[in-house]
Design a protein. Structure first.
Lengths: 192, 192
DNA sequence: CGAAATTTTAGTACCTGGTACTAAAAATAG
DNA sequence: CTATTTTTAGTACCAGGTACTAAAATTTCG
């Protein structure tokens, strides 16, 4: 009890959390931290279904890599729910850990902007579509775990210039409004 | 020449590029791909200073992990160069791989917005500062590798409501202009 | 309290994907 | 042809395990 190890159920719980928080810890480090043998840590991991160090690191790296690659090719920030080119679209974005400030769990200003802007751009049927001007309004803070549904509608189109509005909601409450001027570009650069 | 391996200099070059593009390849897979022995691949990696598979994966995961953790605690998107609270600020953002579309290497709409908005928010001397309204204008597309310097200035302040302008430049050319209404919040939620 | 059950500890053989080293074979250059 | 470079191969060892066997220690329960 003095400096002895924790009871098993508590140790399992803490171990699970700790590894989740830091996947780079070796079994040896964990054994030292919990004052148990390395075999016990390994049995714990087996019971918790937590893979070994290298496997954890590999998975983390692969997911990270896949995300970067996927994001590069992906035009939409969030999941596209519906799209009618040259007309309207709908997308869903879940607010996750890396989107929020650690301090107060409120999403960063650009997250909702990103979702809305990328959806607006996606409505334009062109090889390349670039944003020229945006006017946006944040109605209330959005927090970790919220699911944001953005709806984009093309208001008007003159030549290669589109006027697009986006309304974003969380549980049917409006949290963000945006108006975008988007330009369809063919090959040469124009304003964005 | 028919199905034989490449000359060494060319193999070294291609190997370097391939591993950079995909750090998850084993020496065995590479050996098979280049039709040389595994020892040759290892000698090549030694000559090129490229670490082994597990080391590469670990480094990638650690950098990724560090970035996520750092971003959470970090208020500024980019590197803060100068800050005078309640007055003005300067930040630098380099446009990297994950910020651009794969297709045309142009940065996504929200990247410049994020830099500007986070700098504007940082000028406000409050526990929490949230964006209410933003009007932004993109002057030209920004590409992979460009270094963007954003300058934010507080134009006016009424109570807890700040009016802040941001001008972003690449090589002294204006690429982005933004006007933000930011609210200083104490504990209760207001508009953002 | 003692037996049964559970938990903890330890040891062995083997795995993956190497490094570091020695050395021979093959290819190339002058 | 000789010297040099490149390629191939083999051995011992490493890190951080897994899978298994088994003993020791602790806890539980009748």
């Amino acid at each position: 009890m003095v400096n002895r190890s924790l009871p098993k159920p508590l140790r399992l719980k803490k171990l699970s959390q700790q590894i989740k928080e830091n996947p780079f810890l070796t079994d040896e480090e964990l054994a030292r931290g919990y004052r148990v043998s390395i075999q016990t840590i390994r049995l714990d991991r087996l019971e918790l279904g937590i893979p070994e160090l290298r496997e954890r690191i590999k998975k983390y790296a692969e997911e990270s890599y896949a995300q970067v690659k996927s994001l590069q090719g992906q035009e939409i920030i969030g999941n596209l729910l519906d799209l009618e080119l040259e007309k309207s679209g709908l997308s869903l974005l879940e607010i996750t850990e890396e989107m929020v400030f650690q301090k107060h769990r409120i999403a960063r200003g650009h997250i909702l902007f990103a979702q809305a802007n990328s959806l607006a751009v996606a409505l334009v049927d062109a090889e390349v579509a670039l944003t020229g001007i945006a006017r946006v309004s944040f109605q209330r803070p959005v927090r970790l775990g919220e699911k944001i549904v953005a709806k984009a509608v093309i208001n008007s189109k003159r030549g290669n210039k589109y006027n697009i509005s986006v309304t974003s909601r969380s549980e049917n409450e409006v949290v963000f409004l945006g108006d975008f001027i988007i330009f369809a570009v063919e090959h040469k650069e124009g304003t964005r």
